[in-house]
Write a protein that binds this ligand. Structure first.
Ligand code: ADP
Ligand code: ASP
Ligand code: MG
Length: 815
């Protein structure tokens, strides 16, 4: 004999019921089958809604009833298209009595737990009847037995306790004489010893099946549902979750008690001592292997088996100096809760005994508080303890597995992963069995936490990066294209799942928390984007609350740079080619570095110096490995290089600068480049990264511009001075030529001091042959005292800058 149970979705439509019928008729070829069914998917909720409406004198209950009626009648018409009159008649009769009950609730304005059980019992009564009639109409030797005549309970309405001695006898007696191949039983519903309708608690059909399986000592209990087994995490919350092949009873109990809804928690109890295996299967994918729960569990060497969560939890704290060393407080506390029938999910007590913290269902918080405050009224009035503290909007997250006890470092790994992503932990509990480590966190963090822990414990080190790019001009556009091209490679070779979740330019912004399809991102941004603001972009990223979030600044905007601190405080990494923040006041630079450290959020700006050249990363590696920088000599301006490579006695300085501007090598205001400020900012960043604390004003900047050029107020005036002072610039060239040298704009850092300026570079010097817009950086260090370490290559350009940004993003992925 076999016991199968089909849940709400499995019997939620005529199509799914057809699947169920075929599974059952197949099984019945070789064995007798008992099939426990839930109400049609969603109907229990709908019945309760109708009841609530009726109770609150809202006549819309009649519409809710009509909806329930239509759902059932449609299913019958689809499943039994012809000769269905008697079935329809019978169902209409039951529906009429349901309507009577609702009318009664409406009239008396009251829905007691007792009436509520009576009300919801219609769900399973109807579904079991319809399924049995469908089987009969297909010629199966099937019958429906009302399990209320078998499963007997106490009168604890809405969650009654089973009287096993009566129930087992009823079940055994009934099936001893049953001749049917297939027996359909409604799950969830029962009757009290005194004959009143009771239920076994929401989700209780699983339990009915387990009770029957145990009473008949069958070989296997099958729970058919809408997912392919018990998963490593709720598949609706964690897309990457995978079905678990095998679990021990204890693991399954732990997982279900801590929120894995796929199995109603008490289900394991009746079958455990008889060691009847439970097989969880998917009605929608009958060939999937599913999960087997047995005494053996699995021999897979994965310490953690699953992660679960319970939402809507309240954390209550009883504390006060009067509690220390005095026995009896806990007893009184938990007795009070028991009297109120409040279930405690988790308890922690600080070693000072000064406080006890416990987690309960949020809906019980008010009654718990008032009962406890009453119990301790006297102590509270004497200031021995404080009135109980209630915190809401919390969730419990639990990591579960039998062999966690024999593995070290699991909780460390769990809490550090949560901490790295800025998830605040309110309380922690670890059972003495070490099968479960649970933590209380904010409800808003639950999805993120589940996904982080899933990644860390189950995804073989694949790391998801959630990238938000602001500024999709020239460089930003290349970055998006490069990401689009490399995504597959990164996933396969570096185990980085890089998703661009948000994009913004100065006008529009778009988001997709599943990752934007980058196919037509420009059109998407233009057509579907919402109006962009810098704060709005930040708020959206914060609210999405995705793990490993990276904000990428591809602007040169000060207002964007001003928001880095806010991002870092949310543990959102910042990658920037914008060098304003890094070259601003020392305090600002230090603050960002500290925030990055404190919130474990990388702040990377490789492209601030030398575009895509690995200048800062190399410098950081030298220092991290114990080297010390003594001197840096560098040519860091692509635009100035262009200017001095093209300026000679046959060209005019003005023309060359104009050309540099036209080809996009200078800032719109060429004075930023020609004054040396841009280069000064770069050497400042290198000096700071080398460990020297300095500000822009500390950098000696000898201008090569004419006096009038330095003083010019506007860009136009400035250009006029270039024409007027041609002789000044030709003199610079002539001097260099006479000395057989090239003019280069050089940045230097020596023993804590930095300067920038135009220099005559003699032949043979590494800078002498620097072409086009190339940059060069020479690091003299303790380990490279004579021959410097040299980094050289294109120091400007959209593609190389984008790849520098990309490299920073990948660094975060590899972190
Ligand atoms: P049924 O109606 O078949 O009893 P339930 O809705 O009670 O189905 O349970 C199945 C649902 O449990 C799944 O659709 C899934 O959303 C949820 N669930 C939560 N945690 C898990 C988990 N760890 N593994 C599988 N399903 C889970
Ligand atoms: N129909 C009931 C519920 O929705 C029982 C069950 O489906 O297991 O809670
Ligand atoms: Mg269920």
């Amino acid at each position: 004999m076999k016991v199968l149970k089909f849940g709400g979705t499995s019997v939620g439509s005529s199509k799914n019921i057809t699947n169920v019928v075929s599974i059952l008729t197949n099984y019945a070829k070789t064995d007798k089958v008992i099939c426990v069914v839930s109400a049609v998917g969603g109907v229990t909720d709908k019945l309760l809604e109708a009841g609530q409406l009726a109770q609150s004198k809202n006549s819309a209950y009649a519409d809710a009833f009509s909806n329930i009626r239509t759902i059932h009648l449609n299913i019958i018409k689809e499943l039994i298209p012809s000769n269905n009159e008697t079935v329809l008649e019978e169902v209409e009769a039951r529906l009429a009595s349901l309507k009577n009950l609702l009318d009664g609730i409406f009239l008396i304005n009251e829905l007691s737990p007792k009436t509520s059980d009576k009300l919801v019992s219609y769900g399973e009564l109807l579904s079991s009847f319809i399924i049995a009639e469908t089987l009969k109409s297909k010629g199966a030797n099937a019958e429906r037995k009302n399990s209320q005549e078998l499963v007997t309970t106490n009168s604890n309405f809405t969650k009654a306790e089973v009287n096993y001695s009566i129930t087992n006898k009823n079940v055994q007696d009934y099936f001893k004489n049953s001749t049917f191949d297939i027996t359909i039983l409604p799950g969830f519903i029962s009757k009290s010893v005194t004959g009143e309708i009771t239920t076994l608690g929401r989700g209780g059909s699983d339990f009915t099946a387990a009770i029957v399986a145990a009473a008949l000592k069958v070989d296997q209990l099958e729970i058919w549902t809408d997912v392919s087994g018990m998963y490593t995490a709720n598949p609706k919350m964690v897309k990457q979750a995978l079905p678990i092949d095998k679990l021990s009873y204890q693991e399954a109990m732990e997982l279900s008690h801590f929120g894995a809804k796929v199995l109603y928690p008490p289900t394991v109890q009746p079958v455990l001592s008889l060691q009847i295996p439970i097989h969880i299967k998917n009605t929608l994918e009958p060939d999937a292997v599913g999960t087997i729960i047995s005494k053996d569990g699995s021999n897979v060497n994965n310490a953690a088996k699953g992660i679960t969560n319970i939402s809507n939890v309240a954390l209550l704290t009883l504390q006060g100096n009067g509690m220390v060393g005095i026995p009896g407080f806990s007893r009184r506390l938990f007795q009070t809760l028991a009297q109120e029938k409040i279930n405690v999910i988790l308890i922690t007590q600080a070693s000072s005994e000064h406080s006890i913290c416990f987690g309960i269902d949020e809906k019980d918080a008010i009654s718990a508080k008032s009962a406890i405050d009453t119990e301790f009224e006297n102590e509270i009035s004497l200031n021995k303890i404080d009135p109980i503290l209630v915190e809401s909007n919390l969730s419990i997250i639990a990591l579960i597995g039998d062999s966690m006890k024999s593995h070290q470092g699991i909780s460390g790994k769990m809490f550090s992963a949560l901490g790295k992503n800025n998830i605040n932990i309110r309380a922690i509990a670890q059972g003495a069995s070490e099968r479960n480590i649970s933590a209380i966190i904010a409800q808003k963090d639950i999805k993120k936490a589940l996904n982080i822990l899933h990644e860390v414990f189950f995804e073989g080190n694949t790391k998801q990066l959630n990238v938000f790019i602001t500024g999709v001009g020239n460089v930003g556009e290349r970055l998006v294209e490069q990401i689009k091209q490399q995504r597959k490679y990164l996933k396969e070779n570096l185990k980085i799942n890089l998703r661009v979740v948000g994009l913004s330019n100065s006008r529009k912004m778009i988001f997709n928390d599943e990752g934007l399809s980058l196919k037509n991102w420009k059109e998407q941004l233009a057509n579907e984007g919402e109006d962009a603001t810098l704060e709005g972009f930040y708020e959206s990223i914060k609210n999405l609350n995705l793990r490993n979030s990276v904000f990428v600044d591809v602007t040169a905007n000060k207002d964007v740079a001003d928001l880095y601190a806010k991002y870092l405080k949310e543990s959102i990494a910042v990658v920037a080619c914008n060098k304003i923040a890094c070259s601003s006041k020392l305090e600002k630079y230090k603050e960002l570095k500290q925030l990055s450290f404190k919130y474990n959020a990388p702040y990377l700006f490789e492209t601030n110096v030398g575009a895509g050249l690995p200048v800062i990363d190399t410098l950081n590696n030298l220092i991290a490995s114990g080297d010390k920088v003594t001197s840096i000599q560098a040519v860091l301006s692509g635009s100035l290089n262009f200017v001095f490579n093209n300026f000679n006695d046959t060209t005019k300085f003005y023309d060359v600068v104009k050309q540099a501007a036209a080809e996009g090598y200078t800032e719109p205001d060429p004075r930023i480049d020609l004054s040396g400020v841009d280069v000064a900012r770069k050497i400042l960043i290198l000096a700071r990264e080398s460990g020297t604390e300095m500000d822009l004003e500390d950098i000696e900047n000898t201008s090569f511009l004419s006096e009038a050029g330095v003083k010019s107020d506007t860009v136009d005036d400035f250009y006029q001075t270039l024409i007027a002072d041609e002789a000044h610039y030709q003199k610079l060239y002539a001097s260099a030529k006479a000395n057989n040298s090239q003019l280069k704009y050089v940045a230097e850092f020596n023993n804590g001091e930095a300067k920038v300026g135009l220099k005559e570079i003699p032949e043979g010097h590494p800078f002498y042959n620097l072409e086009g817009k190339d940059n060069i950086v020479m690091f003299y260090t303790k380990r490279y005292p004579e021959q410097p370490m040299i980094i050289k290559g294109a120091g400007a350009g959209a593609d190389v800058t984008a790849s520098g940004l990309f490299a920073d993003i990948i660094r975060i992925g590899n972190n």
